[in-house]
Write a protein that binds this ligand. Structure first.
Ligand SMILES: NC(=O)c1ccc[n+]([C@@H]2O[C@H](COP(=O)([O-])OP(=O)(O)OC[C@H]3O[C@@H](n4cnc5c(N)ncnc54)[C@H](OP(=O)(O)O)[C@@H]3O)[C@@H](O)[C@H]2O)c1
Length: 318
């Protein structure tokens, strides 16, 4: 099968389009004919080798976690899906494996693709919406009328998280650049802060939750913006783990204010909930750029600049 592989870590130029062996399906896996792949920052971080000390270097590596496609084979332990189903989800292999004509994943990675959205939108949804949902519901327990600040509001996770926060009935303050203001306005934020003009740390905001989506701040820097008992959530998991001792010290003197992080969990029932919201038109995904497999270098180059409005997607097949 045709795949975008890397056989060394490095810049976007390390991608090669090659013929490799089709993955074999295990009893608890589905084999999917890939239609579209969503790009997430984890993909270009892994291409650079940022996670090689944990995940190793099993070259040739096929990157990409977010996928939409058609089930073409099911293992004998699969009960929820059938051949011919259109599915979307987040793959659970070490490095993903979506940027190829075929990919495998366990049943809990997938849900049936809602008919209301395109294959491009379906590949853009899974990782960012699972992260946003699990962060706001499970990690911070966001409630109606609470105030939440989103730093990095206009990217993949941010623009979906805002919509979920609005569904919950929270007051939403978004931080992004001037270039994202128009894009943000479709989600009716209660306040927009242009970080090129104003430093959010110098405002008199008092929030229940400060969601540092882009992860370039820290609990000690942000805690004065939190109400007593408020939560600072940083999405940069590895950075947050290294800050744990400092954050624990700061929490002791911070009136119940907490610093947290999150790692997205594979959960098909959460994906089903997201699918229901999509069908009810309660949330939508915005696509910035759509590429084809031969443009994978360009796609990573663009995504890595970190100024996309919404999501970038690669089309593998029709
Ligand atoms: N822990 C987990 O399980 C998990 C899951 C998913 C993602 N993540 C991590 O979460 C982070 C965000 O992911 P994403 O998919 O939302 O990324 P993304 O789509 O690449 O985010 C791009 C957005 O970041 C904004 N941005 C860039 N610099 C900024 C700054 N200095 N201040 C505020 N906003 C800024 C940009 O807005 P402007 O163009 O307006 O500058 C752009 O809209 C990544 O580091 C990713 O690895 C973690």
């Amino acid at each position: 099968m045709k795949a975008a592989i890397i056989d060394q870590f490095g810049g976007p130029e390390v991608f090669k389009i090659k013929e490799i062996e089709k993955p074999k399906v295990k009893p608890d896996q589905l084999l999917v004919k890939v239609k579209t792949v969503g790009i997430n920052p984890i993909d270009w971080k892994q291409r650079k080798g940022n996670h090689k000390f944990v995940l190793g270097s099993p070259f040739p590596i096929v990157l990409g976690y977010d996928v939409c496609g058609e089930v073409v084979e099911v293992g004998n332990k699969i009960s929820k899906f059938n051949v011919g189903d259109d599915v979307f989800g987040v793959l659970n292999n070490k490095y993903g494996g979506a940027m190829a004509e075929f990919a495998v994943g366990n049943e809990f990675c997938f849900a049936i693709k809602p008919k209301e959205i395109s294959k491009e939108e379906a590949a853009a949804f899974p990782m960012v919406s699972l992260t946003a949902l699990q962060a706001l519901r499970d990690k911070v327990g966001l409630k109606n009328n609470q105030t939440v600040v989103f730093n990095g509001a206009s990217g993949g996770v941010g623009h979906v998280a805002i919509q979920i926060a609005k569904l919950i009935g929270a007051k939403v303050i978004t931080v992004a650049s001037k270039s994202s203001k128009k894009f943000m306005s479709q989600f009716n934020p209660d306040e927009f802060i242009d970080y090129t003009e104003q430093n959010v740390l110098n405002t008199n905001i008092k929030a229940d939750v400060f969601f540092d989506v882009i992860g370039n701040l820290t609990f000690p820097k942000v805690k004065h913006l939190l109400k007593s008992g408020g939560t600072y959530l940083n999405l940069n998991y590895i950075h947050s783990i290294t800050k744990l001792p400092v954050n624990i010290l700061h929490q002791i003197f911070s009136k119940g204010k907490k610093a947290k992080t999150i790692l997205m969990k594979h959960d098909s029932s959460d994906l089903d909930m997201i699918s229901k919201w999509i069908q009810e038109k309660k949330i939508k995904i915005c696509l910035d750029k759509v590429f084809n497999l031969d443009q994978v270098h360009k796609a990573h180059q663009y995504a890595e600049q970190g100024h996309n409005k919404g999501k970038n997607v690669i089309v593998i097949s029709e």
